[in-house]
Ligand binder design. Structure first.
Ligand code: HEM
Length: 437
């Protein structure tokens, strides 16, 4: 029975979680499936209820997921004190996404101040130039493998530019990201945050150096602003808070945005008439991306921990329960969305999908992700008259072979080979790299 399978360990579910979550939804929008010791939420309204109920639900297990047992035996109807005693045994416990209450609002107040319109504007100029360079090169070559040659370097260098990572270190950041295992794979080394070669550890070393440097030599960049920032009560963040925050922001925007690029490209190639519609009206690219996020957002799941006896919808959830929020499924809830499994361009209120989360922890990088991916697709649409898959790699239409990452965190391709036919107005490649010098 499909609902008895395991989201975290079954290879076929790691490759494609949608039918599995539909089987779970049939049991109920909030349920503990057979053979599991955690709840799964597939209901749209129920997910919002959990996201917003920060009094009863902690984010402390959002990195480690719902399948991993707690490092303590929950006792009684309120485990708040127990959690505080054991919090630092949880994976990624000091990343912003895992924090609760004041520790979270303090760091979040710093993040919210960083993404100012003027900074995003300056970053958008970099996005425009770099996307232009990458897409021109790909179209001049008649095609590309988009995940490695465009999506990953593009999102890596966009966030590097925004934060203020020096150009001389950017190649190293790209190499570190390139060598990293995909988050949420069954490869255990990915979870070993103590290993000195873990990409988050490598990047933390660099961010420590940058923050210390900005203490002495402030510049007009996000790292300088972080280095000199105060919390709302006037107290100063510790060095490790700042390093964790910048490292997490760097990591959080990597695979998510890169995989969204691949997922959207599949709809552009496969959905009848879509690419021509976008060529006729570029303003449709933004709603197209929202619909791809709703149907096939690149974050599959997040997790919460019930701090006290509570309810989700009409289901009782005891203190200590782990709750998997199925991001891959909650925006396909038929009680909220008509014809939920179909791609429909221009759905009303499409931005109400939950693929960036909701509430206190809602994605801080959503505005950046939306801009960078939209601009990249504008280039693809402008410089091509036709985009197709390379059939020697992916097979013919109707018999496609597409390789998804076996990950319980991200939804997206490991590789995607494209054939690109230049538009009549395409003028060719640019000579110099704007990104790494
Ligand atoms: C398509 C791209 C992206 C997707 C689908 C995505 C998805 C998400 C989701 C679902 C959450 C909420 C997790 C939870 O509530 O447990 C989140 C949080 C977060 N995201 Fe994103 N994200 C994307 C891109 C980015 C980018 C580009 C950045 C950085 C610039 C970023 C930075 C963050 C941060 C800092 C948080 C934690 C916020 C907090 O805990 O207060 N994300 N993201």
């Amino acid at each position: 029975m499909l609902a008895e399978k395991n989201f975290y360990t079954d290879h076929d579910i790691l490759l494609d979680p949608y039918a599995y979550f539909e089987a779970i939804r049939e049991i109920g929008p909030v349920c503990m499936p057979p053979g599991k010791d955690y709840f799964i939420v597939t209901g749209y309204e129920e997910a919002i209820e959990v996201f917003k109920n920060t009094a009863d639900f902690s984010s402390s297990i959002s990195v480690q997921g719902a399948a991993v047992p707690l490092p303590f035996e929950p006792e009684g109807s309120d485990i708040t004190a127990q959690l505080e005693q054991h919090r630092n045994q949880l994976l990624g416990y000091d990343y912003i996404v895992n924090l609760d209450d004041k520790a979270h609002t303090n760091l979040r107040s710093l993040v919210n101040r960083l993404f100012t319109p003027s900074r995003l504007k300056a970053n958008e100029e970099f996005i425009l130039r770099y996307s232009d360079e990458l897409v021109r090169a790909a179209v001049s070559n008649g095609g590309c493998e988009i995940m490695r040659s465009i999506a990953t370097p593009f999102v890596t260098l966009v966030i590097a530019d925004l934060l203020g990572v020096p150009a001389s270190d950017r190649q190293l950041f790209m190499d570190t990201i390139e060598a990293a295992p995909v988050p949420g794979s069954l490869d255990a080394s990915e979870n070993d945050y103590s290993g000195e070669n873990h990409p988050m550890v490598v990047m933390a070393t660099y961010f420590t150096r940058y923050i210390k440097d900005r203490w002495e030599n402030p510049r007009d960049d996000i790292l300088s602003e972080l280095a000199h920032a105060s919390f709302p009560d006037g107290s100063k963040p510790r060095l490790e808070d700042l390093v964790n925050l910048s490292t997490f922001m760097f990591g959080a925007g990597q695979d998510t945005s890169a995989k969204l690029i691949g997922n959207a490209m599949r709809y552009i190639v496969e959905h009848p008439g879509l690419q021509d519609q976008l060529r006729q009206d570029r303003s449709l690219i933004a709603p197209m991306l929202e619909e791809v996020l709703r149907l096939e957002g690149s974050s599959k799941a997040t997790t919460r921990l019930a701090l006290r006896d509570t309810k989700i919808g009409n289901v009782s959830v005891p203190a200590g329960s782990r709750v998997l929020i199925a991001l891959a499924s909650i925006s396909r809830d038929p009680r909220r969305w008509d014809d939920p499994h179909s791609f429909v361009l221009g759905r009303p209120r499409i931005k109400e999908h939950l693929s960036f989360g909701r509430g206190a922890h809602t994605c801080a990088g959503a505005p950046l992700a939306r801009v960078e991916v939209r601009v990249l697709f504008e280039k693809f649409i402008d410089y091509t008259s036709h985009i197709d898959f390379d059939e020697t790699k992916h097979g013919a239409r109707g018999a496609r072979r597409l390789d998804y990452e076996p990950s319980f965190i991200v939804r997206g391709f490991s590789e995607l080979h494209l054939k690109l036919t230049p538009s009549e107005t395409f003028t060719g490649k640019q000579p110099a790299s704007v990104a790494v010098s």
